[in-house]
Design a protein around this ligand. Structure first.
Ligand SMILES: C[S@@+](CC[C@H](N)C(=O)[O-])C[C@H]1O[C@@H](n2cnc3c(N)ncnc32)[C@H](O)[C@@H]1O
Length: 221
């Protein structure tokens, strides 16, 4: 395990036993002190599994009132990508430093950056979005919080809207010390069970460890 991963695993383990299970995210962002290379998941581009899906399914900008919500937006690359594709975007994170940092590095952006906890979202967000995007946030949450988060995610969608979840897929033969905690396929499938499943795809990335498998799951309400 490299130093950065070891640090993340240690911070998350301490946080899990504390009364602030999400506090370690803020710690990562503040200690990075503006250097994105010190944020293990920051890669200064939209997630390719997400941009591929959007380009294929929304080659043209959506209708003028269409709104997207980006969950656990981090430094905002997916949110800004969505905005440039014609969406009105609200993006939130539990880390104040992440939100301030995202605003600072995307100065011309009209994205509405919000500080919020996925487990206690503003009620006005319920049934309000045509696209809800979750990338690598559920897999970064310890099991207890992840279970609660899974119940909240579908509530943001308007009828006809899409929920897109992207992350690592678990392999029962490989033991993993997280975060990230790869997710089991049946657990992922249950996320959108009240909706129509549009896609579940698995993929590998060239720069990953050989046993890392990724998924993209999409539902329509
Ligand atoms: C692994 S990072 C992924 C960030 C971004 N989605 C990406 O793909 O680069 C997980 C993000 O979720 C945020 N997060 C974790 N728990 C959260 C919660 N309960 N509510 C909102 N955001 C949360 C973290 O602060 C962090 O920015």
């Amino acid at each position: 395990m490299d130093d950065m991963r070891q640090r993340v695993v240690g911070l998350a383990a301490d946080a899990e036993m504390s009364d602030d299970p999400f506090g370690w995210f803020e710690q990562i962002y503040t200690e990075a002190d503006g250097d994105w290379s010190q944020v293990p998941w920051a890669d200064q581009r939209a997630n390719p599994l997400f941009s591929d899906w959007l380009e294929l399914n929304f080659p043209k900008p959506p209708h003028a009132a269409a709104k997207a919500l980006v969950i656990g937006c981090g430094l905002g690359d997916d949110a800004v990508y969505l905005e440039t594709s014609g969406w009105k975007v609200c993006a939130f994170d539990i880390s104040q430093t992440a939100i301030e940092w995202a605003e600072k590095i995307h100065p011309g952006s009209m994205v509405e950056w919000r500080l919020a906890n996925l487990l206690e979202p503003p009620v006005e967000w319920f049934s309000s979005f045509d696209l809800v995007v979750e990338i690598h946030t559920l897999q970064a949450m310890a099991q207890a919080s992840r279970q609660d988060a899974a119940k909240v995610l579908p509530k943001f969608l308007r009828p006809g809207g899409h929920l897109v979840c992207i992350g690592r897929l678990s392999n029962p033969d490989v033991e993993v010390i997280g975060p990230p905690w790869p997710l089991a396929k049946n657990w992922i499938m249950a996320l959108g069970r009240v909706f129509e499943l549009q896609e579940f795809c698995e993929s590998r990335r060239q720069d990953d460890e050989p046993d890392t498998l990724r998924f993209r799951a999409v539902w329509k309400r």
